[in-house]
Design a protein around this ligand. Structure first.
Ligand SMILES: Cc1ncc(COP(=O)(O)O)c(C=O)c1O
Length: 238
């Protein structure tokens, strides 16, 4: 992480006895300004792992269905199974997400669609036009959750601007984390950007003090140091 993160953590070491503010208001405001979105559309978790858990628990009941790809991040699958939901994993096509195949599996029982872009573990991505075309064809009441955990490393010009697509498609939800390019995996802090009503629903599941106090300060310092992030992107590209 940015060296400024370590400084900030040290500066707050005398606050260990205090609970964090519920709902991570400082980093929520900072992200809302950084991305120019309404803070009511953001919800923080102890990493995306907890965000994926909260969404799954808030939405899924036994017998519901999720649709995703094979060879993608395992927690979409894991949390669906915990909620006794059914999972459809559409095979990759030439190593890439088969968005048409995923679309053809969406039916009345489908409550969540999970996409990962760029994908873990294959490192492949789908384009802005492909995502737009997909969203045009998914029924608008079904959340399409695009996990962009690695978005900071995606440099392709045709990589989706999912935030822009959210203006058009209210059911396009976005996951981001401080674990990867920001180097804060140990601090456990990530977030979902979704429609306000969805955030209210997920927030019922959120434990009151889910993101630690130092994690919030660490994320704030990391976000502020965009120069350092740029250097990480450059070194990773090399
Ligand atoms: C695609 C993807 N989503 C989510 C996560 C979970 O990240 P976090 O550390 O924010 O819980 C990972 C971590 O490996 C990941 O690869």
């Amino acid at each position: 992480p940015s060296p400024k993160v370590k400084e900030v953590i040290q500066a707050h070491l005398d606050e260990l006895q205090y609970y964090p503010e519920t709902g991570s208001p400082l980093i929520k405001e900072a992200i809302s300004k950084h991305l120019n979105i309404d803070p009511a559309r953001i919800l923080f978790g102890a990493g995306l792992d907890e965000v994926i858990l909260m969404i799954s628990r808030a939405v899924l009941t036994p017998g519901d269905k999720i649709v995703t790809s094979e060879m993608t991040f395992g927690q979409y699958y894991h949390n669906a199974i915990v909620e006794s939901a059914n999972v459809v994993q559409v095979p990759l096509q030439n190593g890439e997400f088969d968005l048409d195949g995923i679309l053809s599996e969406i039916d009345n029982d489908t409550k969540l669609v999970w996409l990962c872009n760029p994908n873990n573990p294959t490192g492949r991505y789908f384009t802005h036009d492909a995502l737009r075309n997909f969203l045009e064809r998914v029924p608008s009441h079904i959340p399409v959750i695009v996990d962009e955990a690695y978005v900071e490393f995606a440099t392709a010009k045709d990589f989706p601007d999912t935030l822009a697509l959210q203006q058009e498609f209210e059911n396009a939800f976005l996951l981001r984390t401080f674990s990867k390019a920001y180097g804060l995996a140990g601090m456990r802090i990530g977030y979902v950007i979704a429609a306000k009503e969805a955030i209210e629903k997920y927030n019922i599941i959120r434990p009151p003090f889910n993101v630690g106090r130092l994690s919030e300060y660490a994320a704030l310092a990391a976000l502020e140091d965009q120069e350092y992030l740029a250097s990480i992107r450059e070194r990773n590209a090399e």
